[in-house]
Design a protein around this ligand. Structure first.
Ligand code: ZN
Length: 275
C-alpha cells in the first residue's frame, strides 16, 4: 500500500502507464541481491534504491581503493579503506530510508552464497571474477532465482538475463568452457572508462526494474554493446542440452529444474568484465 509520501516520491515513474501503482508495489515487495559493488554495481544499486526496491542484499569482499573512485561512483573519498558493501550501504541508506539494506562483507561462496540467493526475486551479477559468476549461476539454478548479468571492459559491454526458472538458458549455456582467473586483473591491464561501466550498470538497473515490475525485458538474448562506436546488437541465447550446470546430470536438473534445450551455434565466449 503506497503512502502519500510514496505517491509524491515516485510520481515520475508512477506516471508511466505500464508501470503505475502495481509496478511500484512490486518493487517495494522485491528482494534483490547485488553481487559486486564496483563500477557496475554502483549505478545498479543507486537506481534500484532510488526506484524504491524494498530489500537489497549487497555483497562484496573488497575494500574501497583510490583507483576505484574513477568509475565506482557509489563510493567516495570518505569510504577509502571500508568494505565496499558497507560503503555502498552507507550511501544508499542516505538515499532512501525505506529500502532495507543488508551488507554481506565477503566474497560469496558456499553456504553464505546459497543463503544470500535464497529468497531473492532477482540476482544481479556485477562481479569481476569468473569463479564468482559460475558459482552464482549454480546457486541461482539451485534456488530457482533469475540471474541478470552484466560485464564491461575497454569500450565493450554485455548484458543478459538468465531467467532459468522461466525456462531460459543459464550463464554456463553461454560460456560453457568456463573462465579462469580474475577479471579485475583484465580490467587493470586493459583499462575501462567510468561511463562505460556506468552505462552497463544502468542498463542492469533498468532491466531489473522492468523484470520486477512485470514489464517485458531481455529474454533469451544477450545484448552486446560497443560504446566506442555506440553500436549494439543482440545474440539469441539458447539452452545447451549438454550444459554442465542446467543440463541432464546437473544438480539443477536432478532437483527437477532441467528442460530440453537447443545447442548454441558457434558463439565464442568473450571474456572480460568490469572491476
Ligand atoms: Zn545451462
Amino acid at each position: 500500500m503506497l503512502t502519500d509520501a510514496d505517491l509524491l516520491r515516485y510520481s515520475r515513474q508512477l506516471l508511466l502507464p505500464d508501470f503505475g501503482i502495481a509496478g511500484q508495489e512490486a518493487l517495494a515487495r522485491s528482494t534483490v541481491l547485488i553481487v559486486g559493488l564496483g563500477g557496475l554495481g554502483s549505478p545498479a544499486a543507486l537506481y534500484l534504491t532510488a526506484a524504491g526496491v524494498g530489500h537489497l542484499r549487497l555483497a562484496d569482499g573488497d575494500i574501497v581503493e583510490v583507483s576505484n573512485l574513477q568509475r565506482q561512483v557509489i563510493h567516495d573519498e570518505a569510504g577509502l579503506g571500508l568494505n565496499k558493501a558497507v560503503s555502498a550501504a552507507r550511501r544508499l541508506a542516505a538515499l532512501n530510508s525505506a529500502t532495507s539494506l543488508h551488507a554481506i562483507e565477503q566474497s560469496l561462496q558456499g553456504a553464505v552464497l546459497q543463503d544470500a540467493v535464497v529468497g531473492a526475486d532477482l540476482v544481479l551479477d556485477a562481479s569481476d571474477r569468473f569463479a564468482t559468476r559460475y558459482a552464482l549461476n549454480r546457486a541461482c539454478l539451485q534456488a530457482r532465482v533469475p540471474l541478470l548479468s552484466a560485464a564491461a571492459i575497454r569500450f565493450e559491454g554485455q548484458l543478459a538475463l538468465f531467467d532459468t526458472p522461466g525456462g531460459g538458458a543459464c550463464y554456463r549455456c553461454l560460456y560453457p568452457l568456463g573462465g579462469a582467473g580474475d577479471e579485475s586483473l583484465a580490467c587493470a591491464e586493459n583499462g575501462v572508462l567510468g561511463p562505460v561501466v556506468g552505462v552497463l550498470g544502468s542498463l542492469q538497473a533498468l532491466e531489473a526494474v522492468k523484470f520486477l515490475a512485470g514489464l517485458k525485458s531481455l529474454h533469451d538474448e544477450v545484448l552486446m554493446m560497443d560504446l566506442r562506436s555506440l553500436s549494439q546488437y543482440r545474440l539469441r541465447l539458447q539452452r545447451r542440452p549438454d550444459c554442465a550446470d542446467c543440463g541432464p546430470g546437473s544438480a539443477a536438473q536432478n532437483a527437477g529444474q532441467g528442460a530440453q534445450g537447443v545447442p548454441l551455434a558457434n558463439f565464442s565466449p568473450q571474456a572480460g568484465s568490469e572491476s
